[in-house]
Design a protein around this ligand. Sequence first.
Ligand code: FAD
Length: 397
Amino acid sequence: METVINTNTYDVIVLGAGAAGLMCAAEAGKRGRSVLIVDHAEKAGKKILISGGGRCNFTNLYASADDFLSQNPHFCKSALARFTQYDTLDMFEKQGIAWHEREHGQLFCDGSAKQVVDMLLEKCSEHAVMIQLHCQIDGIIQNKGFDVHTNQGSMHCESLVVATGGLSIPKMGATGFGYQIASQFGLDIVETEAGLVPFRLTGKIHDALKALAGISLPVEASCAGQVFREAMLFTHRGISGPAMLQISSYWQAGEAICINLLPDLHVRTWLQEQQGLRGKQYLRTVLADILPKRLVLHWCELYLPDKPLQNLSESDLDIIVAQLQSWQLKPAATEGYRTAEVTLGGVDTGCLSSKTMQARDVKGLYFIGEVVDVTGHLGGFNFQWAWASGYCAGQFV
Ligand SMILES: Cc1cc2nc3c(=O)[nH]c(=O)nc-3n(C[C@H](O)[C@H](O)[C@H](O)COP(=O)(O)OP(=O)(O)OC[C@H]3O[C@@H](n4cnc5c(N)ncnc54)[C@H](O)[C@@H]3O)c2cc1C
């Protein structure tokens, strides 16, 4: 939907036609506000379209403040309580979007993520929200409200909503523009970093483990006091999969990740049983019954002694248990914003009202969605934050 603008003054201008911006615009339009969305992209909702493997993991049944990282973990509570996962579900059901639940309460569209963008565009259109795409923003000036200067002319608004997202996937149009506006108006920025992102391995470990590319297995990964039990995937460059994406949001450069490759097994007891049952068989042969064969071949060569089970001493068992259940792996780095699903950090929540999302010291200036220092875990939480923060700001702009 692209609309020709015939006036240059609006009640509300929303910068960014992503999940949060579209939601906020539709809500403000519903209240009778005149709303314009501007975005430099050629179409609205590009990240929604690629999300969840094209099926958009649009919320999570168990969403709560505990699923979010922020310097102030309480900030998101108010918005999440005023627009809950059930409100999201209600919005989707009213639109007739069929959905299904996957593990950990993750809700996905049965069809395609395009249905989500279509729903948001319809809601905007219903309330006469205008959308200006291909629009480069040159500058914002505070002037009894705000003047927004763009390559398509200048517009004026009473309320300006910044919904330009984070830095992840610059190829898709992500920019740091929201942080720039925040700094221009004196708001603090919590240092940003790539989150929900795969890890890179280098050196000997990478050389030894690259043969495992493509293997996925359920693990328990822990780092910085956080534990995630999900799948881990070996890649050509390192490690990925939901467990690693989740832990990446907590990982600091130089730290090791602790990985339990057999989280559902008491390995020592199991090995002792196997010693009694098939003592002549070699450790790697026996492990191939409970771990992927290629993993056993390459990983065990690197980390474990290979002897007949009957020859394993108590200290061998200690080593085996420690390596299999508390494998310490030090990634060289993350893949960075190029492949990150989200950006950690952002506009400091201390500068915003948790009720309205308005900047405490700049009347009429609002920040919503990923540009704010609120970042969800993997599993539909980031969209829930986009819907909730967009909804809340939409009631006040
Ligand atoms: C590959 C991938 C898959 C994902 N899957 C999921 C998932 O399944 N579930 C989930 O909950 N989360 C998922 N996420 C995260 C989720 O997409 C984001 O958290 C969410 O889109 C943030 O919404 P937003 O509206 O704040 O920002 P965005 O959706 O990023 O929207 C920002 C908008 O601002 C525009 N913009 C940026 N800079 C400028 C500028 N300078 N001038 C004009 N316009 C500008 C952009 O073009 C964009 O349209 C995924 C992310 C990625 C990258």
